[in-house]
Design a protein around this ligand. Structure first.
Ligand code: ADP
Ligand code: MG
Length: 707
């Protein structure tokens, strides 16, 4: 839809030189197509009158006023012009900071069309930024003129129009961007194609894409931008869903021999566990095993809050595959985590005769070679490793099942790289990131989801305290008490070493302080990404076995680390972390029946929103609720939380409010892909193209399809 002529670089537009090209690139605009797809942040309605009495909420309003007086204020040598204006309803004041020259342009008695964000301040109705054009004899606004239309006064500050307000970047003005958009619309609008079949457009009352662009860039009614955006969103989601559904259909066509899986090993393993599985874990294991039997590869997401016991669930599900004589690969994002998973597997699965190996980047060469041979010969049933698992030297004899922990930490290529090592192996990805339903539908399409909602029994909710930085001694005292009771503590800092940011304590400097001054009697170690893998491993091992009391760290401990005896999590400069990171970090404690504590230490000068975020952490222990509250705080339309989660990159669709569009576009896409859509001949051509050209959301689609 945005091809051909529209792929031309922005330099074909008048006035776009080297500098502008760079500036536009900062907004992600390189081609004409990118420019046309730039969604305005908002729209200024300069087409309807708002009498002064109805203004005042700081939203820009258009009025016809008369200048009634000039005044001056400020220090004697640095006076600022103040212009009093009135319409038929009330009086307002324009403050002309650094614009005293306006005295000549706004003579007393003159009549202007004024566009200003008026607000009540200091007992007046004021505006410091405003646009205006002469209004000649145009009548002053009256109460009954509210929202009546103003005739277009062409080229005059957009009066009479609805103006788009674009996101800007340094050196690029709103006016310049509007000019470029105007040029692009006039010169290239006619090349915008709409690949949505005519019938679908008709059924859903959608404008053609070219018209949708007019609606967002040059709206004639204030409702148009939203109508246009919705059409673009439909298009966007439709393409995405086509690709996702199609990938799903392709996956199901990858036939391979189905397995009659036995559950002998699983049953034995579950019986030998020192605890019983939660109902959700049991169900997830069953769901997964059912899926593994199918004649086409599984693509499933295992979702569960931190500490809900996903690892065990995944390991259990691997047993029937191993029992059937196939190999399983378990990939984790960090060495630390891979090691931990390998140790867990060894403890739980090795007694059943499962042959387990750990494969990471730090395995020395001779051992590595042996391992590679063993894998290729099929002498290893379960290999646990990091991203090194998909390096080309790794070959399996019969890889049938890939498990990927913390899936969002891996790139699409990495995941695919692992899958390519077997013949259509099954895929289970795991995540603690709560993904709302609409999101899961969009992002993962046909991906099946298993959810673990309940925590293992006996867990006590973590008690979270917020502390100002000057109350640190109290926090430290509380930690000391907990250590005396036999607990262990994490201290987490946003930086590794001093200096990169002012006034922020680093793990290194605090490690020294804590060790030498605060807890001189305690056994303390330091852990961060720049520390040698070997040392990291050793210290982690010591922490796990209880030889250490305190681990000072950066967010390396964020993901997955499981030390059940740890009962204190102190996070300093907590305001520097995102809520999902805080929740992950806090999830490192409260992993046994021991009462655990989390202390969020925040710095001075924290904003109100900042405080509110920490309060959300204090009041909630459920990752889903935290994610939702976080979204609310960010405000509707703000999807960055999910963007951070690496799930989606949509330009027009807003999954919070476009649920209906999503469902509708999904239905159409599914119908088309599954072939029960009556294709008119013309549409057929279009669809063929839709499949042969890279869709505009290629990157996103590959993230989405997962299998
Ligand atoms: P996550 O879902 O965050 O990956 P883990 O798999 O690390 O969680 O599990 C957290 C801890 O809970 C581990 O120590 C694990 O052995 C333990 N665990 C798992 N399932 C149960 C259960 N049903 N009952 C008690 N403890 C469990
Ligand atoms: Mg985990």
């Amino acid at each position: 839809m945005f091809l051909g002529e529209l792929r031309k670089p922005v330099t074909v537009l008048h006035g776009v030189g080297k500098k502008s090209t760079e500036r536009l690139a900062r907004l992600g605009v390189r081609h004409i197509a990118d420019l046309l797809r730039l969604l305005p942040r908002q729209w200024e309605d300069r087409s309807r009158l708002v009498p002064i009495v109805r203004a005042g909420d700081a939203r820009p309003a258009l009025t016809v006023v008369e200048i009634v007086a000039h005044d001056w204020f400020g220090k004697p040598h640095n006076q600022t012009l103040k212009v009093f204006v009135q319409d038929e309803t009330s009086v307002a004041v324009l403050l002309c900071f650094n614009r005293n020259f306006l005295a000549g342009k706004l003579p007393v008695g003159a009549r202007i069309l004024l566009y200003a964000p008026l607000q009540h301040r200091f007992g007046e109705l004021q505006a410091a930024s405003f646009d205006f054009v002469p209004a000649g004899k145009y009548p002053l606004t009256r109460e009954e003129d509210y929202l009546s239309e103003v005739p277009k006064i062409s080229g005059r500050g957009g009066i009479g129009s609805i103006l788009p307000v674009y996101p800007l970047t340094e050196g690029l003005t709103q006016g310049a961007l509007r000019d470029l958009m105007q040029q692009a619309m006039e010169g290239f609008g006619k090349f915008v194609d709409d690949e949505l079949p005519e019938a679908i457009r008709r059924d859903h009352g959608l404008p053609h894409l070219a018209e949708a662009l007019v609606m967002i860039h040059r709206p004639r009614r204030i409702e148009e931008p939203e109508e246009g955006r919705k059409a673009l969103a439909f298009n966007e989601l439709f393409h995405l869903q086509c690709a996702v559904t199609r990938r799903g259909a392709l996956r199901k066509r990858k036939e391979r021999p189905s397995l009659a899986l036995e559950t002998g090993l699983v049953d034995r393993c579950i019986r030998d566990l020192p605890f019983s599985l939660t109902a959700d874990q049991k169900q997830a294991v069953e769901e997964i095993i059912e899926d593994l039997k199918r004649p086409y590869p599984m693509a499933r997401l295992l979702q569960g809050d931190v500490g809900s016991g996903k690892t065990l669930t995944a390991l259990l599900s691997a047993l029937p595959i191993i029992e059937a004589g196939y190999q399983v690969a378990f990939m984790a994002p960090t060495e630390l985590l891979a090691r931990q998973h390998a140790e867990n597997s060894a403890r739980i699965l090795a007694p059943l005769g499962v042959r387990i190996a750990l494969f990471t980047g730090s395995i020395p060469s001779p051992a590595r070679k042996e391992l590679l041979v063993a894998l290729q010969e099929g002498e290893i049933d379960l290999v646990v490793g990091t991203h090194t698992l998909f390096s080309s030297s790794v070959r399996f004899r019969r890889l049938r099942y890939c498990i990927i922990d913390e899936q969002h930490k891996f790139g699409v290529m990495q995941r695919q790289g692992l899958l390519d090592k077997g013949e259509f192996p099954d895929l289970l990805t795991m995540t603690a990131t709560p993904i709302p339903r609409t999101m899961a539908l969009t992002a993962f399409g046909d991906l099946a989801v298993s959810v673990i909602r309940t925590m293992p029994p006996g867990r006590k909710p973590i008690i979270t305290h917020l502390a100002k930085v000057e109350n640190r001694p109290k926090v430290y005292a509380a930690v000391e008490k907990e250590l005396e009771r036999g607990g262990q503590a994490y201290f987490v800092y946003p930086l590794i070493e001093e200096g990169s940011r002012e006034k922020i304590d680093s793990a290194e400097s605090m490690y020294r302080l804590l060790r030498e001054e605060v807890f001189p009697q305690r056994r303390i170690a330091l852990l961060h990404s720049r520390i040698d893998e070997e040392i990291k491993e050793r210290e982690m091992g010591r922490f796990l076995s209880g030889e250490l009391d305190i681990l000072v760290a950066t967010s390396v401990v964020e993901v997955g680390v499981d030390a059940p005896n740890a009962s204190c999590m102190v996070i300093e400069h907590a305001e520097q972390f995102g809520l999902s990171a805080l929740h992950q970090l806090r999830g490192r404690v409260g992993r046994s029946d021991r009462q655990s504590y989390c202390f969020l230490v925040f710095s001075e000068g924290l904003t109100e929103t900042g405080k509110q975020r920490l309060r959300i952490m204090k009041e909630n222990n459920d990752g889903f609720v935290i994610a939702e509250e976080d979204l609310k705080l960010r405000g509707p339309g703000e999807l960055s939380g999910m963007r951070q989660a690496g799930v989606l990159n949509l330009q027009f669709a807003d999954l919070l409010k476009d649920g209906e569009i999503l469902e509708a576009s999904r239905k159409e896409a599914t119908a088309i892909v599954s072939g029960d859509f009556e294709l008119e001949h013309a549409d057929h051509q279009v669809l063929k193209r839709l499949y042969t050209v890279a869709p505009p959301f290629d990157d996103l689609v590959s993230i989405a399809s997962e299998g």
